[in-house]
Design a protein around this ligand. Structure first.
Ligand code: NAD
Ligand code: UGA
Length: 361
């Protein structure tokens, strides 16, 4: 759990959109743990945050259930200075067939939220962007590369990011924005559609692991608590800590510079700077569980990029952010979390104890 030292002095409540989601849930816990009062906004049920009531010293939680694109936002934002905007329809692959919903949740909802933030005098929005705005690229992805999303999802995340920067550039508001481009986030509670969660579950249950392609695609996997720490570090606006003059640099022939990127509008990668293949993940999972994954290789999915690797330099320079959790540790935590969540009838300890539901490595 990130410590209070990461939190700037925050006056008033903090609003977290997407509070019922994977990353949003972890962020809400960290904020409450640090004594902040949080209003969560989500169209899904948020009872996970209120089931046991606040522990001593924990901040309170208020749930506002609704759709950001249609609900009354003014009352949620009254007196609020800081908003973490995580709500979105994530997932690369379904975005080809469900585009109207992606537009609704990622673009329209973001525009509405930003407009309401300006009306309510919110000072700071920290929003979730995505590595998917880059599209396929050779080598490390730097914030000043020309974004070339290769999926409709990536296009909507780029649109949301650019909308936020446009709001921050308005002269009639003091709103500042940090758009954090998360790379592939994993850890306890990871969305069930994502590879690591599907792989762990399948391995523990002794079922086949469906791999899209030959498993050589690589991702920069970043642990969810590290992502939460980056979000908290980004909560305080301010001038770049490093030498901003050196930051507007050329990356191959793709340098575009970004006049919007200053102390009121920042785009920052949140990744580790190193990547591994799905095949390596399968090996690591075998080592950690003692079970042999039954990988079934199939066609590559449209819009899937071959590689993602963050250039972590700007985020390190500006936020002092360095990921703390290595892949083996983070994967072990997610495996353990999944074990506990599985139906007792399929508990992996039975498998490990001999009546295998999973296959021994
Ligand atoms: P998630 O689906 O678990 O959480 C998103 C939440 O947003 C959900 O609870 C959903 O109900 C809510 N939501 C969606 N549309 C809404 C709307 N119109 N009104 C109100 N609530 C709405 O996803 P996640 O993995 O936690 O991702 C959080 C954010 O991080 C998203 O913006 C996503 O694009 C971004 N991101 C995630 C990853 C990753 O690897 N998980 C990587 C890059 C970027
Ligand atoms: C993830 C998130 O899902 C996006 O929300 C996020 O924006 C994106 O990271 C990002 O980095 O910006 P992705 O990298 O596709 O997207 O993560 P996964 O869904 O876990 O997929 C990783 C790889 O595993 C992909 O190549 C995918 O095709 C593959 N995969 C996924 C499988 O082989 N099998 C599966 O069952 C699921």
């Amino acid at each position: 759990m990130p410590s209070d030292a990461y939190l700037p002095a925050i006056a008033g409540d903090v609003v977290v959109t997407g509070a019922a989601g994977f990353i949003g849930s972890h962020l809400v816990s960290a904020l409450r743990h640090s004594g902040r009062n949080v209003t969560g906004v989500d169209r899904r049920d948020m009872s996970v945050h209120t089931e046991s009531g606040p522990a001593p010293g924990e901040g309170a939680f208020q749930a506002r259930t609704g759709d950001l694109a249609t609900m009354d936002l003014g009352s949620c934002l009254k007196g609020v200075d800081l908003v973490f905007h995580l709500a979105a329809l994530p997932g690369v692959r379904p975005s080809w067939t469900e585009f109207p919903e992606y537009l609704h949740c990622n673009v329209l909802a973001t525009q509405r939220l930003l407009d309401a933030c300006v009306q309510a005098g919110v000072g700071r929005v920290v929003m979730a962007s995505s590595s998917s705005v880059y599209g396929g690229a050779e080598g490390a992805m730097h914030e000043e590369m020309l974004p070339r999303p290769s999926s409709p999802y990536g296009v909507t995340k780029l649109a949301a990011e650019r909308l936020a920067l446009a709001f921050a550039a308005r002269r009639d508001t003091a709103l500042s924005v940090a758009a954090l481009r998360f790379f592939t986030v994993y850890g306890p509670g990871q969305r069930p559609d994502m590879f690591i969660s599907r792989m762990i579950r399948a391995v523990l249950l002794g079922r086949p692991v469906e791999v899209y392609g030959d498993g050589t695609q690589i991702r920069d996997f970043v642990y969810v608590e590290d992502v939460v720490r980056a979000l908290l570090l980004a909560a305080a606006p301010g001038r770049p800590r490093g030498d901003s003059a050196t930051d507007h640099r050329t990356v191959g022939d793709q340098a575009v510079g970004d006049p919007a990127d200053d102390d009121r509008a920042e785009v920052l990668n949140v990744g580790t700077g190193s990547s591994v293949s799905l095949n390596r993940l399968l090996e690591l999972t075998a080592e950690l569980t003692g079970l042999r994954p039954d990988a079934r290789y199939g066609p590559t999915r449209v819009g899937d990029v071959g590689a993602t690797t963050a250039d972590p330099g700007r985020t390190r320079e500006r936020l002092g952010f360095r990921p703390a959790t290595d892949l083996r540790t983070g994967l072990a935590a997610q495996i353990e979390w999944t074990r506990r969540r599985l139906d007792p009838a399929h508990r992996p300890d039975r498998a490990l104890g001999g009546t295998a539901t999973g296959r021994r490595a």
